[in-house]
Every structure is written in structure tokens, then in C-alpha cells.
Design a protein around this ligand. Structure first.
Ligand SMILES: Cc1cc2nc3c(=O)[nH]c(=O)nc-3n(C[C@H](O)[C@H](O)[C@H](O)COP(=O)(O)OP(=O)(O)OC[C@H]3O[C@@H](n4cnc5c(N)ncnc54)[C@H](O)[C@@H]3O)c2cc1C
Length: 313
């Protein structure tokens, strides 16, 4: 089939790849690609953060975990590596109830390797470097990316049009359930920190929109973060006080990070439920919140299944 994918973030490129692997002929149209996308700002560790509904998210996440995990062994140029992750949660969280997001993922309850050794879920997860992974995805495609803004999905050519426009879907699909959730990261020198271990401290999230995470890359560390409701529109400037809080929190946990290289702000495309459904000739695939990398392949496989189902209907 001839398929037009709109959007060249992690969701559009992953969908295009899965469709081409299935033998479809794909063209990609996007207002921007690479560094201009939200995807370029992400951490980007596997973890189903700010995405729903839980049942579908757990299944998409498990599928993507397996796909990325295999990629980490298969092709180093994809920028995917396997990290040991600690998710520090409230001390009141029971040790014997496996979290909803860990379907098919081995998790244990252990002291985290930070000051005070708080209890954490320990698991292994893939971490993606967007600056390597997005070009890698594009390089695997026969399709090239045509840069232009779309204002009418129905007007696009193809047997099927796949809408992977992230926050752009708010206007394009007239969907006010899709809202921006602001995130901010500070990318720092590695200092003496362990580049094989990721730490998330979720203990403050019940009372505020601020969380903490340290996600190592091959030669730098991403520190975050927050999840704040924001206005649709331009991405706001850095909140300096937030940057200071993030770096201070790393130090207070005993994570030996170096100086700041750059700060990035982005707007997560959040929807209570990811929209992945077919409406006539259009398949929508947007609203992945804080988990676009975590869900990308599972959702792409479902896009392929929706195309196949339409072909036999
Ligand atoms: C600070 C921060 C940290 C994050 N950390 C993680 C993490 O650790 N793990 C994780 O899994 N996720 C993380 N995320 C979330 C992740 O970045 C998003 O879920 C993901 O990038 C969404 O991808 P997308 O392809 O849907 O959107 P985008 O990357 O925004 O791509 C949308 C594409 O659609 C195009 N487009 C939009 N409107 C139009 C239009 N009208 N016409 C044509 N093209 C259009 C854009 O140009 C772009 O190409 C983080 C996000 C932020 C902000």
C-alpha cells in the first residue's frame, strides 16, 4: 500500500520503519525533523512516564523494551545502550506488588546506590540517545522526509495517512484532550558518576510536579526534571531556579556530576490515553506524553496491524 506518515519525531520515524518492513511504500511529510522535534529533547530512557491507559501502555512498553534491548546488541550506531535502573519510590510502597509498568520486565526491590540508600525498583532498561537514534531510524528508511507543514490530513495522498504529529495533532486533529506538559533537562559533564546506572527519585512527585532523574549517555549525563502543565504554543525559556534545584538534587544524592553543558526545555504531547486508532483513511498515533521512546515500537506495530486489518476488511 501507499502510505503517508505525517511527523518525523520518534513516533513518525518508528511507524514509517515498521510499515516499510511490512512491505508498504511510505512517504514522510513533517514540519520539522531532528533537533526541532520534541523527541530531540528527551532523556531518553525506557520508562512509561505520563502515558496511558496503563494496560495498553504496559503492552506497548514491553514490546518496545524487547525491540530496543535487541538493538542495543545488534547495532551500536543506533545509540541504544542497556542501563541498570533504580526507581526510588516512597518507603510505604509494598515490596511484593510488582508495579503496573513492569509487565514482562524483571524488577527487584533493592537499596538504591545513592546517599541514604532509599528503597528502589531495580531493573534493566534500554536508554536511547536521540541525537544518534533519530538519524539512525531515518537512515534505515527508503522514504525521505519532505519538510512542509500540513493543515489537512484528508488532503494528503495515499491509501492510508498516519498522523504522528505529537503536539501538532492538537490543531491538526482538533483534539483539545492533547495538552503540553513541560519538561526541562540539564545535560552535564559525566564527572565521576557511573555511566551504566540510571537513577530516578519519584519521592517528591506526590506533592509537586517535580521529579529527579539522572540518565547517563555515552559521554554525558541528562539530569531532570519536572512535568508542568503549560500553554500550547512556543516552548518557554529555561527556568534557572529549576536547573539549580536539579543539579543540587544530584549532588545531595551523592551523584558526582560535572559542569552544565546545555539546558533544554520541551513540551511533552500528553493525553490521558494515547490516541492510536483508525478513523477512515487516517490512523492517529499521538499523545505519548513522557514515553514516546518507551512506546515507539509497540505503537508502530499496532499501526501496521491497523493497516493490515483495513486491507482485509
Ligand atoms: C524533557 C523531556 C524528557 C523526556 N524524556 C523521555 C524519556 O526519558 N523517555 C521517553 O520515552 N520519553 C521521554 N520524553 C517524551 C518524548 O520526548 C515524547 O513522548 C516524544 O518525543 C513524542 O514523539 P512524537 O514523535 O510524537 O512528537 P515530536 O517529536 O514532537 O514529533 C512531531 C513531528 O510532527 C511534526 N508536525 C507537527 N505538526 C505538524 C504539521 N501540522 N504538519 C507537518 N508536520 C507536523 C513535527 O515537525 C515533528 O516532526 C521526554 C520529553 C521531554 C520534553
Amino acid at each position: 500500500m501507499q502510505i503517508t506518515v505525517v511527523g518525523a519525531g520518534v513516533i513518525g520515524l518508528s511507524s514509517a520503519l515498521a510499515l516499510e518492513e511490512r512491505g508498504h511504500v511510505v512517504r514522510i511529510v513533517a514540519a520539522g525533523s531532528g533537533d526541532t522535534t520534541t523527541s530531540a529533547v528527551a532523556g531518553a530512557i525506557w520508562f512509561p512516564y505520563k502515558a496511558g491507559p496503563p494496560d495498553k501502555v504496559a503492552a506497548w512498553a514491553a514490546r518496545t523494551h524487547a525491540w530496543l534491548d535487541d538493538l542495543a546488541d545488534r547495532d551500536r550506531s543506533a545509540g541504544v545502550d542497556r542501563l541498570t535502573c533504580y526507581e526510588i519510590t516512597s518507603p510505604s510502597e509494598p515490596d511484593d506488588v510488582v508495579p503496573w509498568w513492569a509487565r514482562g520486565i524483571a524488577v527487584t526491590r533493592e537499596p538504591a546506590p545513592v546517599v541514604g540508600a532509599p528503597r528502589a525498583w531495580k531493573f534493566t532498561a534500554p536508554r536511547v540517545e536521540p541525537a544518534r537514534f533519530l538519524p539512525w531510524l531515518a537512515s534505515r528508511l527508503r522514504a525521505t522526509i519532505e519538510i512542509r507543514t500540513v493543515d489537512d490530513l484528508e488532503g494528503l495522498p495515499g491509501d492510508v495517512v498516519v498522523n504522528c504529529t505529537g503536539l501538532g495533532a492538537r490543531a491538526l486533529a482538533r483534539d483539545e484532550q492533547l495538552v503540553p506538559l513541560l519538561g526541562q533537562i540539564a545535560v552535564v559533564e559525566p564527572g565521576g558518576a557511573d555511566l551504566g546506572t540510571s537513577i530516578t527519585d519519584d519521592r517528591g512527585s506526590a506533592r509537586s510536579d517535580e521529579i529527579f532523574y539522572a540518565i547517563p549517555r555515552r559521554d554525558e549525563i541528562v539530569l531532570g526534571g519536572c512535568s508542568r502543565p503549560a500553554s500550547p504554543g512556543d516552548v518557554p525559556d529555561e527556568d534557572r531556579a529549576l536547573t539549580e534545584r536539579i543539579v543540587e538534587q544530584a549532588r545531595s544524592l551523592g551523584i558526582a556530576v560535572g559542569s552544565i553543558r546545555r539546558v533544554r526545555v520541551g513540551l511533552r504531547p500528553y493525553r490521558v490515553e494515547v490516541r492510536l486508532e483508525r478513523a477512515g483513511r487516517i490512523i492517529h498515533n499521538y499523545g505519548h506524553g513522557g514515553a514516546g521512546f518507551t512506546l515507539c515500537r509497540g505503537c508502530a506495530d499496532d499501526v501496521v496491524a491497523l493497516v493490515d486489518a483495513g486491507a482485509t476488511a
